[in-house]
Design a protein around this ligand. Sequence first.
Ligand SMILES: NC(=O)c1ccc[n+]([C@@H]2O[C@H](COP(=O)([O-])OP(=O)(O)OC[C@H]3O[C@@H](n4cnc5c(N)ncnc54)[C@H](OP(=O)(O)O)[C@@H]3O)[C@@H](O)[C@H]2O)c1
Length: 304
Amino acid sequence: MFGKKKEQPQIDTEQLELIQNAQKRIKQKKRLYIHFVLFLIGSVFIILANTVLNIGKDFTLFGKEWFLFAILIWLFFLIYHVFNVFVTHKFMGKAWEKKQLDKLVTQQKIRIEKLKNELKREAPLIAESEHYNESLNKKENTPELTIIVAAAENDAIGKDNKLIWHLSDDLKRFKNLTNGHYIIMGRKTFESFPKPLPNRTHVVITRQSDYQVPEGVIVVNSLEEAINATKSDPQPFIIGGGEIYKQALPLANKIELTRVHENFEADAFFPEIDNSIWKETANTFHTKDDKHEHEFSFLTYERK
Ligand SMILES: NC(=O)c1ccc[n+]([C@@H]2O[C@H](COP(=O)([O-])OP(=O)(O)OC[C@H]3O[C@@H](n4cnc5c(N)ncnc54)[C@H](OP(=O)(O)O)[C@@H]3O)[C@@H](O)[C@H]2O)c1
């Protein structure tokens, strides 16, 4: 009633085929071995038949006993047999070769299908990472908006729309750093200059709609507009004054600060630098001398 289920062989067809081939090969070699033993016994028997039993004693070929030719002919067949077994592998004929080839082609097709499926799965991820890299590159290409300022220990930067000190090396540094760049400034700072500075593109921010400026000077009505106007410059500078520094500090990537080591009375100030946002990356101290009435340091800050 509850007859036993016939057990299926647990071995896969590929392995089965390999085993069958190995068995065939063993049989083939066994047959060759038997052939060799028969040849030895047969040869001895033929020699004895001729020499001891005198069979065909009078029969010679080219002056030699007949058994020599009989052994040579047999030897030829034996060598042919050896050749078949070890050189041509005769049982592995054309059909076998075709089967092997078909098997390889099928395996390759399966691999190609697998790769296609993997590619389908990974394509969105690759696209996503390319998009990420692109956005990183874009970030690299973002202009380095830099604030340049000279501020006292109490953050004073100016009084009565004038600078409070004259520091020759600070002016040189300002000139070197901003040379060839766009400089963004408030209307009051612009008016503190006797004339526009050479070799720089001035961008003046004012709320006035009809503010008149010399040729070449760009007038804008907001800080955002000013930054947009400098898009072609990899490092536009914010050069002041107090009102513009305050608005630009959250947008800047870098600060080039000259810290004058004294306190001054002033009406314009630089906002406090938050050390949790900015890290100091350079600091050079400068002593007092004939050209410099005050001690100062050149400091560079970069956004953390
Ligand atoms: N130590 C230094 O490194 C340094 C550097 C630069 C300047 N300074 C000093 O700083 C002082 C000037 O600074 P400050 O704060 O008085 O003036 P400022 O920042 O140079 O200019 C203020 C003016 O900019 C315009 N403005 C500001 N924000 C604006 C906005 N969001 N949209 C449109 N326009 C805007 C307004 O112009 P309108 O009134 O025309 O609308 C405003 O009156 C001077 O003493 C100068 O010498 C010092």
